[in-house]
Design a protein around this ligand. Sequence first.
Ligand SMILES: [Zn+2]
Length: 363
Amino acid sequence: MTYSVVFPGSYIQGAGALAALGKEASKFSDRLLLVGGGPAAAPLLAKYEQEWKQSCKLHYIEFNSECCDREIDKIILEAENSRVGIIAGMGGGKLIDTVKSVAGKKKLPLIIAPTIASTDAPCSSEAVIYTEDGKYLRSDRYRNPDIVIADTEVIGKAPARFLAAGMGDALSTYFEARSCAKTKALNQCGGHLTIAAYALAEACHKTLMKSGRKALQDCKNQVLSKELDEIIEANILLSGAGFEGCGLAAAHAIHNGLTKLPQCAKALHGEKVAFGVLCSLMLNESPKPELDEIFSFCLACGLPVSLNEIGLDASDLRSLRIASEAACAPEETIHKEPIKVNADILLSAILQADEYGKALEKS
Ligand SMILES: [Zn+2]
């Protein structure tokens, strides 16, 4: 039996950490392609451009699209034309996965600088590729980033909904790890889970339960607190290295199923994953104290606890069946759960989660 776990080369977190981007890049090459996206990118460029240019030649381009093959090919062309020796991505999850794909295909060193903590994409080697109109297509695996720079001043001041969604994504790490541990399923790097990876998943969960609510309030009030720092680390590092080293299971498969429905398009990745976690607890017949703890956590953090909150309705069985069937496709990670799941069983778990969530909302 082979055990494996993967990490980014280095992880740097702190207020103003992005100032070091040029210096860190220059350890690999003096020609840097920086891809920026989202509202934070332009102000950050204005703030740090001169400092970065002291260490390397900077070629900057904007990301404005979906993480799809066309955008990846476009940035590959930029990398070739500007003859860079290292690539960095500064922005949200889709930009990160796009840049990861470019670095992987061009075999370039990679720096990831997330400007929001809405997913656990930054540290991982996985890139989730969508169609041009945002439907899940496939997951590719490359190398883990050489450096991840999490600037808490930037991430902590981003809209709180992103931080909450990141907590939703991070919430799945422990539950999916627990299922994979029970079934001895392979993790995302094709090996069995290590003590190290499981410890990360557990630490991720404990941090969410301990600091999640306070961090969200602090993010809303733009206060860079210890709890906010802890949640940024949980969302990015603990969840990123945790999910990859432990494995995915039902929550992410349910997310993938939900992306088939246009009604869910407005819900963020972590919001759909969080609802997937709630459904997975129903699938596994979790005890009531655990249901109460996790449903309450989601409710307190503005994460969806009912179908309405992700644009769906319990009476729309046709749509729910489409999502359930997609989530139960043979290649999906839902089959790493310790129980046998098919679309009928999942559909009933989804309805159960919706009922439980609706009752809690009313109470
Ligand atoms: Zn995820």
